[in-house]
Design a protein. Structure first.
Length: 287
């Protein structure tokens, strides 16, 4: 597996390199040569991403933290290092969201935006992803006005940048769908979720010339299917809701994903505002 392969490579830097606490690197990171430091950071970041792809979110936190320690040891990072650091920050923010540490998640998202802006990447998909996650954060805090405002502005930006065929665009449509659910605009919510699912399906069906980056669409698709089911329940279209939830569970089973403890699967029929706010924070596709 990817985790096993990356762990073995990390061991070449020391028997405990794959289990080392991030704090253990703080005193030695600056002493490493630039090439070694970046290589180790790349490995830790890849290991964290591998855990994410396997839905092992808690296990991902330590290697992501190590990657950040190594990357932030350089006072004059390259563009590649900025991208790696921003990626680690975005992934770690997801962990904090899932763990109920919303304020820490918010802090990391803001840091990621600062890194991206200062490196001239404030108008890239990395920045769009960070702002989209901020919208989800506001939604989880029941700040509907700010969540909706941020999400709608992102839709406008992504249309301008011609990113409307990407999973990130679908994710933002989903955030708008949840906002409309909470506001009681159930038909509009249904439309957002259906449009978002069409975007994900079109992305999945593309004729990729190399292995397609589809793993990170999995949680998103399940989350959107659940959202559509919730919209149908609110509209009292219970047969359609049952079909949506069954499609969601069938997709997870086909992909051999265990999301038993995920908010995606937690009480899917519950459409009370508090339940929707918790569900809106559910970890879906990471960036």
């Amino acid at each position: 597996t990817r985790v096993a392969l990356l762990t073995d490579v990390l061991k070449s830097y020391g028997a405990d390199a794959h289990t080392a606490e991030p704090s253990a690197l703080e005193n030695v990171a600056r002493e490493l040569s630039a090439s070694v430091r970046i290589q180790r950071a790349q490995l830790d970041l890849s290991l964290g991403e591998a855990y994410f792809d396997g839905l092992q979110y808690a296990e991902a936190e330590r290697p992501l933290s190590r990657a950040r320690v190594l990357l932030e040891a350089n006072e004059n990072p390259s563009l590649v290092e900025h991208v790696m650091n921003a990626t680690a920050l975005l992934l770690q923010s997801k962990i904090h969201v899932v763990s109920g540490r919303s304020e820490k998640a918010h802090s990391l998202l803001v840091r990621a935006l600062v890194v991206l802006t200062n490196s001239g990447m404030g108008e890239t998909m990395y920045a769009v992803s960070a702002v989209a996650n901020l919208s989800s954060y506001y939604l989880g805090q029941r700040d509907l006005e700010r969540a909706s405002s941020v999400a709608q502005e992102l839709i406008n930006v992504m249309n301008f940048l011609a990113f409307e065929d990407t999973p990130e665009y679908a994710d933002i449509l989903g955030v708008l769908g949840v906002t409309q659910l909470v506001l009681g605009n159930f038909s509009i919510a249904q439309e957002h979720f259906e449009q978002a699912l069409q975007v994900v399906q079109a992305w999945t069906d593309r004729a990729w010339r190399k292995p397609a980056p589809l793993q990170r669409c999995v949680e998103l698709e399940l989350w959107l299917q659940a959202g559509l089911g919730k919209a149908f329940i609110a509209l009292e279209r219970h047969t359609d809701a049952a079909t949506a939830f069954e499609s969601m569970r069938a997709s997870a089973s086909r992909l051999k994903l265990d999301l038993t403890n995920s908010e995606i699967f937690a009480n899917p029929e519950d459409i009370e505002p508090d339940a929707l706010a918790r569900w809106a924070r559910a970890l879906r596709h990471p960036f």
